[in-house]
Design a protein around this ligand. Sequence first.
Ligand SMILES: NC(=O)c1ccc[n+]([C@@H]2O[C@H](COP(=O)([O-])OP(=O)(O)OC[C@H]3O[C@@H](n4cnc5c(N)ncnc54)[C@H](OP(=O)(O)O)[C@@H]3O)[C@@H](O)[C@H]2O)c1
Length: 210
Amino acid sequence: MNISILGSGRVGTTLAQALAAKGHDVTLGHRDPAIGKNQWQGPPLRHASLADAAAASPLVINATPGDTALQMLQALQAPLQGKVLLDVSNATERTANGMPSGLLYPNSSLAERLQAALPQTRVVKSLNTMLFTVMAAPQSLPTPPTVFISGDDTGAKDQVKALLAELGWLAGQMLDLGGIQSARATEALILMAPYLIAARGLKPFALTVA
Ligand SMILES: NC(=O)c1ccc[n+]([C@@H]2O[C@H](COP(=O)([O-])OP(=O)(O)OC[C@H]3O[C@@H](n4cnc5c(N)ncnc54)[C@H](OP(=O)(O)O)[C@@H]3O)[C@@H](O)[C@H]2O)c1
């Protein structure tokens, strides 16, 4: 399957490598594709601008900073038309050391804002409640983690669930919370991150329903 990933940071790189290893045709979207291609140290894959990457695949993953994602993705409305947009980002205010300090969209969520701004795109929120290392290695934790899924379109969520299965998630670990409004709950969980890291160090974690 053709899959595009916007952003080549920790999350984008992790997902690009895992999905390319599964045989998917991955396009990595960068703010500057020439720099992105030069700096890329993973397996060979296509590098493109954000707009070209959004146009290249039926499934597009947003792995860019949450505080700029709404504006950035709104500008990609045309290439994202008819696509499934898997949003893994968390939109928060930040302290000086870059840690999340408050929600950017209280009483709402980035995912809801994206769905409202991109009515011709099917937005699904998932993978945003864990450290990036867990996203493509869910069985690496001693406790089986949960991956939450939010979205208004059942077909789009089924596509994301199939992708999660390829990343190693078992059906029993996937928790479909319903419509896109449920993303406001999972996005708020990111506020635990600085306290978890302070309490136990930067170890892999995922928020899990037991
Ligand atoms: N890190 C985690 O463990 C984790 C866990 C759950 C969710 N998330 C969420 O996933 C998203 C990505 O996290 P990350 O840790 O991978 O971040 P990161 O390492 O900072 O990487 C983000 C990437 O997005 C691109 N980017 C940066 N600023 C941008 C802008 N203004 N517009 C468009 N693209 C921009 C850059 O790629 P190019 O240089 O190629 O343009 C950058 O490498 C964030 O929203 C974060 O909240 C992260």
